[in-house]
Design a binder for this molecule. Structure first.
Ligand SMILES: [Zn+2]
Length: 208
């Protein structure tokens, strides 16, 4: 269940479109699939500072009220969100363990120094954007292999209608329904050229 729904979600969606965080066009996603809309997550984090902070505060509230005792964040983008969430958690005088999960040539790893942060604890995975959820699932499996129990994934945005991934409930702050298709998509068939991605950024693609 998203943390923001109803009229507040409508307000945020308008803000995302007005500020250019959600773009319309003909985009090739990181996955190679095509979409008519694109979420520029870096622009969200850099320009919609108030909303970004509000989103992180909402996740922090959940971590505290649900009683999680540790968080795991996969890759740089997840870690950026997790560190801001941690700031809000600490400002509530609540303590959680924290373990970053890095992608290496041999798959995801959590440095063994972080094992004590999560072993035997109830863990939430923190992500920026969930597309397929593969990254979050891998981070969850890794945390479990180190003795943690993983009960939830929290993310800023989720772009489908996922409720669970790999058996784990997903809680996006905002769910935005974006469709994507295997090319040639209907826009290809209409001869519409691909839109340039903002800042040319592979890391901007709305993908894992
Ligand atoms: Zn297309």
């Amino acid at each position: 269940m998203p943390l923001i729904i109803g009229v507040e979600r409508d307000r945020i969606m308008r803000r995302l479109v007005e500020s250019g965080v959600i773009l319309s066009g003909h985009f090739e996603l990181h996955s190679g699939r095509h979409s008519d809309r694109y979420l520029d997550k870096r622009l969200f984090m850099q320009e919609l500072v108030e909303e970004y902070d509000q989103f992180c505060a909402l996740i922090a509230d959940r971590i505290v009220t649900e009683g999680y005792s540790a968080i795991v964040a996969p890759e740089a983008a997840g870690m950026m969100v997790a560190e801001r969430v941690l700031g809000h958690i600490r400002s509530r005088n609540y303590k959680v363990g924290y373990a970053p999960a890095y992608k290496t040539d041999n798959g995801f790893v959590i440095d063994s120094n972080y094992k004590r942060e999560i072993a035997g604890r109830c863990v939430a995975v923190i992500e920026d954007v969930i597309t397929t959820g593969d990254t979050a699932v891998k981070a969850a499996q890794l945390a479990r292999s180190m003795g943690a129990s993983v009960n939830s994934v929290y993310c800023l945005f989720e772009r489908g209608a996922h409720r669970r991934i790999g058996g784990i409930p997903i809680h996006p702050v905002v769910s935005i329904e974006l469709q994507d298709w295997t090319p040639p998509c209907r826009l290809c068939e209409q001869g519409i050229p691909l839109s340039p991605k903002p800042m040319g950024g592979s890391q901007l693609a709305l993908s894992d």
